[in-house]
Design a binder for this molecule. Structure first.
Ligand SMILES: NC(=O)c1ccc[n+]([C@@H]2O[C@H](COP(=O)([O-])OP(=O)(O)OC[C@H]3O[C@@H](n4cnc5c(N)ncnc54)[C@H](O)[C@@H]3O)[C@@H](O)[C@H]2O)c1
Length: 440
C-alpha cells in the first residue's frame, strides 16, 4: 500500500499552548524538560516509548513510533499557556505538589520562564476557584477571542515557532447541553459579538485557536469543540480537533476491564466507582455543576462497551454509579475504588474490587504530550475536523453526530496503530493470522 500524500517532516519548532497551567500542564512541561535533560524517562507516552509492528509477525519489523512517523522531537517543543492565576509554571508546579523538588530544581529556570498569558475566565462557568487574579479586561466574547488571537501571534513570533497546537488543560466548566448558538458557525460568531450567555470561555479559546489554524484537543469534559459550530470551523480552516476528557485513572481501568468481561460473556449487574482526590481539580469538581460534566463523561463508557441492548440478560440491569469526593489530604494522589458485581455460569455471583492508588497528573501528562505530537502530525498529514483515531486518549471520544464512540482501550489502540500505518502507506493489520498457515 502506498500513501497518496507523504507526510511532510516535522522541521523547526512546535509551540504547545495550554489554556490552563495547573497540575496537569505543569507536570507535562516539567516532564518534557526533565526528559530532554536526561533526568527522567517519559514513561506512559506512546510517542516516546511505543513501537509499532509492520507487516507479518515473522517480518520482525517493529520500529519505534517516533521513528516510523515524522513527529516533532522533545527538543523542538516550546511551551506557553494561559491561566487565571499569574503564577509561572515553576510556582504553579510547586503549588500543585505533584513533582518532587529533585525533579523541579534542575529545570527551575526553564519553568520560571513559562509565564501565563491572561485568561478569558468567568466564575459563572468555574465556581470553586477563589482568588482568581489574572483575567483579561471586560469585553464581549469576540473582543476576548481577538485578544487571544493577538496572544497567539505574539507567542508565535517571540518563540519563533513554525507550528502550534493547543491542548485544553483548564478547569472543568459547568455542564451545559448544546444550545441554538452552538449549532452553526454564523450563529456562533453572532453570539460571540452579542455576548451570548451560553458561550463558555473554553469555546472562546477554541474559536480563537481554530481561527488561527491551531489544532485543538480538549482534555476536560466541558462542551468545547464538540459542537457543530466548531466542527464546521475546523473543516473550514483545515485543522484537526479532538476530545474529550483525558482518559487517566478510573476510566482507564474501566475500559481495560469491561471489554475483557464482555469478551468472555460474563454478566455485570453493578459497578460502583468512587474517587477520593484532593487537588485543585477535585475542589473544582466539588461544585455540582462542574461535577455534572465529569459524571456525564464517565458514565457513557460502560453502556457503549457492554451494549445492553444486544445483551439484555448480561448487562440489561446494570447499576452504574460514579462519585467524586474532594478530600484535601489526598492531594494529587487520587484513590479510585471500583466495586464490581459480576455473575457467571448459571448466574453464580462473583465480585471484583479494584483500588487504584494513582497519581492523576502523572497519568495525564504523557497524554498531553502524545496529543500535542499526534495533532501536529495530523495537521501535517492534511487531516482536518474530528480525529477519531485519537479516541485512545479520551474518556468521552468525540465522533461524528450519531456515531457511537469506541471506548474499548484495545480497539482504540489498534485504531490508532492502523491510522499510523495508513498514513505511512503500510499494510493495515487485521489479525486474521491465516497467512502463517497458507500453503507456500
Ligand atoms: N489529571 C487527570 O487525570 C485528568 C483527567 C481527565 C481530565 N482532567 C482535566 O484536566 C483539567 C486540568 O486538570 P488539573 O489537575 O491540571 O487541574 P488544575 O485545577 O490543577 O489546573 C487547571 C488550571 O486551569 C486554570 N483555569 C481555569 N479556567 C481557566 C480559563 N478559562 N482560562 C485559563 N485557565 C483557566 C485554573 O486556574 C487552573 O490553574 C481539568 O479540567 C481536569 O478535569 C484531568
Amino acid at each position: 500500500m502506498t500513501s497518496p500524500n507523504p507526510v511532510p517532516p516535522a522541521t523547526g519548532k512546535l509551540g504547545v499552548l495550554t489554556p490552563g497551567m495547573g497540575a496537569v500542564a505543569t507536570t507535562f512541561y516539567a516532564g518534557v524538560l526533565a526528559a530532554r535533560k536526561g533526568y527522567a524517562q517519559p514513561f506512559g507516552s506512546l510517542t516516546q516509548m511505543g513501537h509499532i509492528r509492520l507487516g507479518k509477525r515473522t517480518d520482525d519489523r517493529n520500529p519505534r513510533i517516533n521513528e516510523f512517523v515524522p513527529l516533532a522531537g522533545l527538543e523542538d517543543l516550546e511551551f506557553g499557556g494561559w491561566d487565571a492565576f499569574s503564577d509561572d509554571a515553576y510556582t504553579a508546579a510547586m503549588k500543585a505538589g505533584v513533582l518532587d523538588a529533585r525533579h523541579l530544581e534542575g529545570i527551575g529556570e526553564e519553568l520560571r520562564a513559562i509565564v501565563p498569558m491572561k485568561a478569558v475566565f468567568s466564575p459563572k462557568w468555574v465556581k470553586n476557584l477563589p482568588g482568581v487574579d489574572h483575567v483579561k479586561d471586560e469585553g464581549t466574547h469576540m473582543d476576548h477571542a481577538e485578544a487571544l488571537m493577538e496572544d497567539i501571534d505574539r507567542f508565535r513570533s517571540e518563540k519563533q515557532v513554525d507550528r502550534l497546537v493547543a491542548v485544553w488543560c483548564g478547569s472543568t466548566e459547568a455542564y451545559e447541553d448544546p444550545a441554538p448558538v452552538h449549532m452553526d458557525l454564523d450563529t456562533f460568531e453572532a453570539g460571540l459579538k452579542d455576548n451570548d450567555p451560553r458561550i463558555t470561555p473554553s469555546q472562546v479559546y477554541a474559536y480563537a485557536l481554530l481561527k488561527m489554524g491551531v489544532p485543538f484537543a480538549n482534555g476536560a469534559p466541558n462542551l468545547t469543540v464538540d459542537i457543530p459550530a466548531m466542527e464546521q470551523l475546523a473543516i473550514q480552516q483545515g485543522v484537526p480537533i479532538a476530545g474529550k476528557d483525558f482518559k487517566t485513572g478510573q476510566t482507564l481501568m474501566k475500559t481495560i476491564v469491561a471489554p475483557g468481561l464482555r469478551a468472555r460473556m460474563l454478566g455485570i449487574n453493578g459497578w460502583f466507582s468512587t474517587n477520593i482526590l484532593g487537588n485543585r481539580d477535585g475542589e473544582v469538581l466539588d461544585d455540582p455543576e462542574s461535577f455534572r460534566s465529569k459524571e456525564v463523561s464517565k458514565l457513557g463508557v460502560l453502556e457503549t462497551i457492554l451494549q445492553p441492548d444486544l445483551h439484555p440478560d448480561l448487562y440489561g440491569d446494570l447499576h452504574h454509579v460514579v462519585r467524586i469526593n474532594y478530600y484535601p489530604p489526598k492531594g494529587d494522589d487520587k484513590e479510585g475504588w471500583d466495586h464490581i458485581d459480576i455473575f457467571g455460569w448459571l448466574g453464580y455471583k462473583m465480585q471484583i474490587k479494584i483500588d487504584f492508588l494513582c497519581k492523576d497528573s502523572i497519568l495525564a501528562a504523557p497524554i498531553v504530550l502524545d496529543l500535542a505530537l499526534f495533532m501536529d502530525l495530523a495537521a501535517r498529514a492534511g487531516k482536518s475536523g474530528i480525529q477519531e483515531w485519537l479516541s485512545f486518549y479520551f474518556k468521552s471520544p468525540h465522533t461524528a453526530a450519531g456515531l457511537n464512540p469506541e471506548h474499548d482501550l484495545f480497539v482504540q489502540a489498534s485504531k490508532l496503530h492502523n491510522n499510523l500505518r495508513h498514513m505511512m502507506g503500510e499494510e493495515l493489520i487485521t489479525h486474521l493470522g491465516t497467512e502463517y498457515y497458507e500453503e507456500p
